[in-house]
Design a protein around this ligand. Structure first.
Ligand SMILES: Cc1cc2nc3c(=O)[nH]c(=O)nc-3n(C[C@H](O)[C@H](O)[C@H](O)COP(=O)(O)OP(=O)(O)OC[C@H]3O[C@@H](n4cnc5c(N)ncnc54)[C@H](O)[C@@H]3O)c2cc1C
Length: 378
């Protein structure tokens, strides 16, 4: 039946896509419900950076390592292109105090085998010759960082799942659920009802609102992040660039306007990131935010200040109160599996999606994931 499957996945972002990919690979029949289009959420509005040293050593970092191998496998098997390039990446520091904290972070990653170092002054130009080192005083370099194309990656996962039998329903918004003895027996959408043995919630920044229908309050908040994109230009930025406060953990709550950017394979640069804590899903961009980003870019890259900006946009992205992902089965509704609030999900989605599929199928899995259980909010 068109509306019945082993697993219903809500959300066609990179997370829902990776889970669908691995479930269909293991022979499960999957239905994907998406309120808008594939990659219409955060997965289609981001910088495509592969980030390593903003994650704590542990399962998330192991997911990152495994994911890089899995990404290569998709390309080698000719399944889909991710445009993954491991170029090395830098986090920017503007004063001595930040550099000192950054050095401690680097030591931590060196100890566990990552190739990181602090670049000071002109050394930064080894990686990024166009950056103004009068502004940027130091940069934490990590050789294992890089970039990919978030659209082709997300669409690639979903297309492969469809090839293996998944059914995708776009413009189909989940509105509510019907229960039978605390199990979800019906997923109610604006296009009718769907039925599955397991329901996977991969709804990113929308998760808290959707889960309120089940009287659950997972502390997942969301922000509106704005980026802009330039015309294609010759290679001028090598790897991903992120604000150093991501790396040393001094990013304050609230709104921020900080420089992070990527140059993509087609030559375009995406420049961000203006982030506002909001309480609605309006994806409008803030004029001040965009002007602020333009000024930041011109200040850091004076040689490139005449590049044309062709488009600006924003995307809704989640963050969890305790900064850990939410991953695993609900206790209250035992056939509901949540995966939300993965930080920088493109670095870890393949391995996290594979583990979610293993858990749903009943295969063995790494028990460290239990730290991320949704039950902590139930
Ligand atoms: C400006 C910005 C820059 C970023 N830069 C990076 C970066 O460089 N690298 C990186 O790894 N990460 C980056 N991120 C974060 C990254 O985009 C997210 O971690 C990732 O996209 C999350 O994927 P997801 O599948 O969980 O969520 P989403 O992509 O948001 O997918 C959730 C989907 O669920 C759908 N949905 C929600 N509610 C319902 C419903 N009721 N019914 C049906 N469908 C529903 C939504 O429409 C959406 O398509 C950035 C984010 C932003 C905003």
């Amino acid at each position: 039946m068109y509306n019945q499957g082993d697993v219903i996945i809500i959300g066609a972002g990179v997370v829902g896509g990776a889970i669908a990919y691995y479930l269909t690979e293991k022979g499960k029949s999957v239905i994907i419900l998406e309120q808008d289009e594939v990659a219409s959420g955060a997965s289609g509005g981001n910088n495509g950076q592969i980030s390593i040293i903003d994650r704590e050593p542990g399962l998330e970092l192991d997911w990152a390592k495994e994911s890089m191998k899995l990404f290569k496998g998709y390309e080698e098997k000719g399944e889909f292109e991710t445009e993954l390039e491991i170029t090395g990446g830098i986090s920017l520091f503007y004063n001595e105090k930040e550099i000192e904290i950054g050095k401690k972070v680097i030591k931590k990653y060196n100890k566990i085998g990552y190739n990181c170092e602090m670049l000071i002054g002109n050394q930064i130009k080894r990686q990024e010759p166009n950056i103004d080192t009068d502004i940027v005083k130091g940069a934490a370099y990590c050789k294992e960082e890089g970039k990919l194309n978030p659209f082709s990656t997300t669409i690639g996962f979903i297309d492969q799942a469809i090839k293996k039998g998944a059914k995708l329903y776009k413009k189909t918004k989940v509105l509510d659920f019907k229960l039978d003895d605390n199990k979800i027996k019906e997923v109610i959408t604006d296009k009718g009802s769907f039925y599955g043995d397991t329901v996977v919630v991969a709804t990113g920044g929308w998760t808290r609102e959707l889960m309120s229908k089940l009287d659950l309050d997972y502390k997942i908040f969301y922000g509106r992040g704005s980026l802009m994109v330039t015309n294609p230009v010759e290679q001028c930025v090598k790897g991903p660039i992120v604000p150093g406060c991501f790396t040393i953990g001094t990013l304050y709550e609230g709104d921020w306007n900080l420089l992070g950017l990527t140059q993509h394979k087609n030559g375009t640069l995406t420049i961000g990131q203006d982030t506002r804590r909001v309480n609605n899903y309006n994806k409008g961009v803030s004029y001040d935010g965009i002007v602020g980003l333009g000024k930041l870019f011109a200040k850091h890259f004076p040689n490139l200040k005449n590049i044309d900006i062709v488009r600006v946009w924003s995307a809704i992205t989640p963050h969890v109160e305790d900064s850990l992902p939410i991953f695993g089965y609900s206790k209250k509704y035992p056939n509901m599996f949540l995966v939300a609030g993965l930080k920088g999900a493109f670095t870890i989605a393949p391995a996290a999606g594979k583990m979610a599929a293993d858990m749903i199928i009943g295969d063995s899995y790494d028990s460290r994931v239990e730290e991320y259980t949704p039950v902590r909010f139930e």
